[in-house]
Write a protein that binds this ligand. Structure first.
Ligand SMILES: Nc1ncnc2c1ncn2[C@@H]1O[C@H](COP(=O)(O)OP(=O)(O)OP(=O)(O)O)[C@@H](O)[C@H]1O
Ligand SMILES: [Mg+2]
Length: 242
């Protein structure tokens, strides 16, 4: 099985080869604020900075300038990586058109007008990216009205990206929205819950990863000033919540 280093501290040890699956399409789900966007960007930034893997981030949930600013709070300078030639990170604005704003961004997607697949293929050719994050599938599904069309685009995209050895993270808010239909090759869940003390704990579960032996229990993680850090030795049991 082909693997990569994810760049998220503690994540790779959840998989038996101690590395993250390469070239797969993986759903990252969780409730609001559970860390899906940070997870996706940390995966891309560290891939680009440390492992020679340029990345593409397609944002349907927020303006690229907000993303640059939010990630700067971790000390991550996306803009600097965007300015390389070819770029180490490419941000694609799928947000502005959705809410009727004009945009100065170089790369945009007008849902129902531009094909996600065509835009992505063009950027892949230009940048040689091998990591992609689409944030989020839930929003994409609400923009493209026809569920069959979304499903077809996602499946086709998965096949093309996989063929090119590209590892893709698709974020989604919950499983209840029908995202399970996309039949991804892996499913990682992010969550949080309240302890009896009133504190909250964050937890991550690798629920599915085709072809890989992996940990199958909730592990604690934190979002620190340096980003996401997973503690593979800290299993979070139901009894520890509430
Ligand atoms: N600089 C930072 N230092 C520590 N924690 C931070 C920092 N920036 C954000 N966070 C934490 O990360 C959370 C946001 O995570 P993120 O935006 O990735 O969640 P999400 O699952 O994508 O949410 P949504 O569903 O709303 O898009 C914040 O609510 C905050 O708790
Ligand atoms: Mg988000």
């Amino acid at each position: 099985m082909a693997t990569i280093k994810s760049g998220i501290p503690g994540l790779d040890t959840l998989f038996e080869p101690n590395e993250f699956p390469k070239g797969r399409q993986i759903l990252v789900t969780g409730p609001p604020g559970s860390g899906k966007t940070v997870f996706g960007l940390q995966f891309l930034l560290n891939g680009a900075l440390h492992y020679g893997e340029p990345g593409i981030f397609i944002s349907f949930d927020d303006l690229p300038r907000h993303i640059r600013a939010d990630m700067f709070s971790f000390g991550w300078n996306i803009q600097q990586l965007e300015e390389f030639n070819p770029p180490l990170i490419t941000l694609v604005d799928g947000f502005s058109a959705r809410v009727g704003l004009t945009t100065d961004e170089k790369y945009t997607i007008r849902a129902n007008v531009d094909s996600l697949l065509l835009v992505l293929t063009e950027i892949l050719e230009d940048t040689g990216a091998t990591r992609v994050c689409i944030d989020s599938l839930s929003t994409l599904s609400t923009i493209i009205k026809d569920p069959a069309q979304v499903r077809k685009e996602i499946l086709t995209m998965g096949a093309i990206l996989g063929e090119q050895g590209c590892t893709t993270l698709l974020t989604a808010e919950t499983l209840a929205m029908g995202v399970e239909e996309y039949s991804s090759q892996g499913l990682i869940r992010l969550s949080y819950d309240e302890l009896s003390t009133g504190e909250f704990r964050r937890a991550i579960l690798v629920q599915k990863m085709r072809g890989f032996a992996h940990e199958f229990s909730w592990k604690e993680f934190r979002i620190t000033a340096d980003g996401i850090k997973i503690f593979p030795d800290r299993t979070i049991g139901r009894g520890q919540f509430k």
